[in-house]
Design a protein around this ligand. Sequence first.
Ligand code: RIB
Length: 327
Amino acid sequence: MTTILDVARAAGLSTATVSRALREPEKVTEKTRAKVFKAVEAVNYRPNMLARNLRTDKSFTLLVLVPGIANPFFANVTAGIEATAWKRGYSVLLGDTRDSPEREEHYARLVETRLADGVIQLSPDYAPAESRRQAPYPVVHACGCELTEAPSVRIDNVGAMHEVVAHLIARGHRRIAAISGPQANAHAIDRLKGYRQALEAAGIAFDPGLVLHGSFRMQSGFEAAREILAMSPRPTAIVSINDEMAIGAIQALAAQGVSVPSDIAVTGFDDIDFAAHSTPALTTVRQPAAEMGAKACELLIDWIEDKARDEAVHILPHTLVVRESSG
Ligand code: RIB
């Protein structure tokens, strides 16, 4: 069986350096890391992970909990997590929780039994810092909401939606419908708050009849747009709190012969790849998804490795991306 000694010989380095490069790649130079990985491949070295875990009491694995794996936004956040984890010598396990507490508990047990060293939670739902501190393992939120406490990463969801609605108002829209998410979803709550604030700032009364609740999926945007089309008087603009529902809404409008943006303007939120390629191209808010994942991953690994316990809420910058769909 190939051992670490074979790798060390092939790389022309000591076993201590090889072991360090494999355990803590960020602590060796790029050149050493490349030598070691080349030697690992050359001698076909497969370290005994179980033995390593028992020695270090660490699994070098992070558990990422995603509320909806089919949403490209979460795929981009996860890609940022994975790239950072990889650089720092960690692997990533993915749990698609579909917002089910039962699934979350099931996955949490993986950390309790040391199959993972910590959790990155992508669901925004509010978890008080106190309860997270009491969790027997480190937890970091990558897509927090206004109430999510440190350590966490998020954008200013309220401010971003305020900007979108202000942009539509500046283009002359006053009757603006909203396709929101599930009522209890924390991002839906924050983004609707931004919607209301922008209306109030422009002296437009908030009308709850103009707010529909979707599921974040394309089909629910499609269905909500059909309801909006039946409203009288018909809204002249629709803000959707994510891109998928906005794209579904545009499809429903097109199917009824309603033109976007000349008959109704539509906006999204996230800036997933499809946003720039939908017809018409979608005005949206760009969330720096990969950076959010990367930052959360750095915070978690620093915590796991006792380097730093960051007690800050990191609010990353968003961008309003104006395209054809808002006129
Ligand atoms: O959970 C769904 C939505 O919340 C995503 O589309 C993204 O906007 C996230 O913040």
